[in-house]
Design a binder for this molecule. Structure first.
Ligand code: 9MG
Length: 273
């Protein structure tokens, strides 16, 4: 299986690593460190050297309580970084069609949308390009999504949403080999929900596209271990290993080098069994 990301074709016979670069003053995990385009671009290069297949560049923090950012500001954060990285496979994490269009024109190869391209004109912004898309499930809106989220049938609901999202984007002309889905750990989900999704992640394989898992440094790890965000490396690596074992094909992570080691150990184990 291949994930087609614009001019890049990424083989899915081994897990892919998506390295996170937040160009925001207030992201939950690395708030403000990579605000300057030069610093963000050199961090992206470092992650690529450490083994990231894709760099996920985001200009809007989706942390509950984060300050809203205008479309202009989001573009102003992301585009200068993108332009410094023409040789890398860059995903842009955005919900806004205008940002998608500008990013794709500036060389982005993938759009990672926590709203699964549901904003009006989002499908049009990406369909005619060759970019890949990541369609994520989120219950509610970032500002309020963690206020007692409830589900009657967690897995059924998340899967049905993603199935419909895949159908919708394919109907718009996006081929299956350009699509990844993501159950959206932490997006309108309690720690208990997140663990149930992880336990039942193999059920998402029936959607017929690669599953991306984003668990790195998330609050569920803090909930389990009692650690603040800057001390969640071990928990994140444990989550990465669980996600691999449960069938995730793409891991969205902050700590690329360490995650690559986890993948190497997991693959060595698999090849011997
Ligand atoms: C932008 N962003 C933050 N967390 C994420 C996750 O878990 N998945 C995806 N696709 N994007 C995320």
């Amino acid at each position: 299986m291949i994930l087609r990301c614009g001019r890049f074709s990424l083989a899915l016979d081994r897990p892919l690593v998506m390295g996170v670069v937040n160009v925001t003053p207030d992201s939950f995990s690395d708030g403000g460190r990579f605000r300057d385009p030069e610093a963000a671009a050199s961090h992206a290069r470092r992650l690529a050297e450490e083994g990231a297949d894709i760099i996920d560049l985001g200009g809007e923090s989706t942390r509950p309580g984060a300050a809203p950012v205008s479309e202009e500001e989001e573009q102003h954060r992301v585009l200068p970084v993108l332009e410094k990285l023409p040789d890398l496979c860059i995903s842009v994490d955005t919900r806004r069609p205008a940002v998608m269009k500008a990013a794709l024109a500036a060389g982005a190869s993938m759009i990672n949308d926590i709203q699964a391209l549901t904003e009006p004109y989002a499908l049009e912004a990406v369909a005619a390009t060759g970019c890949a898309v990541c369609l994520m499930h989120m219950k509610g809106e970032p500002a309020t999504m963690q206020r007692e989220p409830r589900y009657d049938d967690l897995i059924g609901e998340v899967k049905a949403f993603l199935k419909e999202a895949v159908r919708r984007v394919m109907f718009a002309g996006i081929g299956r080999d350009r699509i990844a889905v993501d159950p959206g750990f932490g997006f309108g989900k309690t720690p208990r929900h997140n663990m149930e999704i992880l336990r039942r992640l193999p059920e998402f394989a029936s959607l017929g596209v690669p599953v991306l898992a984003g668990l790195s440094r998330k609050s569920t790890i803090g909930h389990i271990t009692g650690r603040p965000v800057e001390q969640r490396l071990a928990g994140s690596l444990a989550m990465a290993l669980l996600a691999l074992e449960q069938g995730a094909k793409i891991l969205r992570v902050h700590d690329v080098k360490e995650t690559r080691d986890v993948i190497a150990v997991w693959q060595a184990f698999k090849n011997e069994s």
